[in-house]
Design a protein around this ligand. Structure first.
Ligand code: GUN
Length: 295
């Protein structure tokens, strides 16, 4: 029998912890933590993500600001807004929701964010700090996955772990974190050009599926007793759902779960942990400066 990893429950516990910290800050006469978000255009998933982030802020007692721009916004204008948020002493951290329209460079936008306000942990300074194990802001989804593994006391030391997918925001950073001292897993990262994915996955103790392909991980790819973490959240049409779609994970849950020791559901697994990790980064930004501000 497998254990279902309840990300919703753990995220709710962490939200309570954060709310307590906010009360402590206020009692000490400090300002209320404040997260700002920039949303460009009207992509459905991005709108939902950002609306949820704003809602989460209010639940834990943070202030939030949402800046919305048309998809035709010029890159220079956006860079100017980022510079204003960098200077704004009331804003502790901010994010720019991705993806951005094609005419705007994601890299230029991310590099314009002051690393000490980079609540998403996407700036090369924070990625670099993560690489060498220095404190900094961690990307929200990898941070959430590591926290879930820790709170369920899942052993990682000496275990073989496969990460499926090499995105900058999930696959690559989670592969780094799992191989670091303290986690001590032996990590293999596989991607669309890997020849023997099935062989590698079926030999792994821990499987992190982050490729965005519904049902990719099948029962014959997973060994008995494996730990399976599903990061997929693809929207698929579902006429029965009120919204007209449902979220599909990268794992064929019904068939894979009986073989696992632990498995995350979709929804209710990694998703809520991603949201709460952004709050943790914002709280850290409000409590102290983790990265030396750029003069
Ligand atoms: N798009 C998908 N996930 C994320 C995220 O964690 N942060 C931002 N800024 N954009 C995203």
């Amino acid at each position: 029998m497998y254990t279902l990893i309840d990300g919703k429950k753990v995220a709710s516990e962490i939200k309570h912890e954060i709310a307590q910290e906010v009360l402590k800050l206020k009692a000490a006469g400090r300002k209320t933590p404040h997260l700002a978000a920039i949303l460009v255009g009207n992509d459905g998933s991005s709108e939902t993500y950002v609306a949820n982030k704003v809602k989460d802020c209010h639940e834990v007692g943070f202030n939030s600001t949402l800046l919305r721009y048309e998809s035709s916004v010029k890159e220079d204008f956006l860079l100017q807004k980022i510079s204003e948020l960098n200077e704004d002493r009331d804003v502790d951290g901010f994010i720019v929701q991705l993806p951005l329209p094609d005419h705007i460079s994601e890299y230029r936008v991310i590099e314009a964010i002051n690393p000490s306000k980079d609540a998403d942990g996407f700036h090369p300074v924070n990625i670099g700090r993560m690489m060498i194990g220095l404190p900094g802001y961690l990307p929200a989804t990898p941070f959430g996955i590591i926290e879930l593994i820790k709170r369920y006391n899942i052993p990682t030391s000496g275990k073989s772990c496969v990460v499926i997918g090499r995105s900058n925001i999930v696959g690559r950073p989670v592969s780094i974190l799992l191989s670091q001292k303290g986690m001590d897993a032996t990590v293999t990262l596989v991607h669309s050009r890997t020849r023997n994915i099935k062989e590698i996955v079926s030999a792994s103790d821990i499987v992190i599926a982050a490729l965005g392909s519904p049902g990719f991980v099948k029962e014959d790819m997973v060994k008995d007793g494996a730990v399976v973490i599903d990061v997929g959240t693809t929207r698929v049409a579902s006429p029965d759902a009120k919204s007209g779609f449902r979220l599909a994970g990268d794992v064929d849950f019904e068939r894979v779960a009986p073989k696992c020791s632990y498995i995350t559901p979709v929804p209710g697994g990694v998703g809520p942990m991603t949201r709460v990790s952004l709050l943790r980064n914002t709280l850290m930004a409000a409590q102290f400066t983790l990265v030396t501000p750029i003069p």
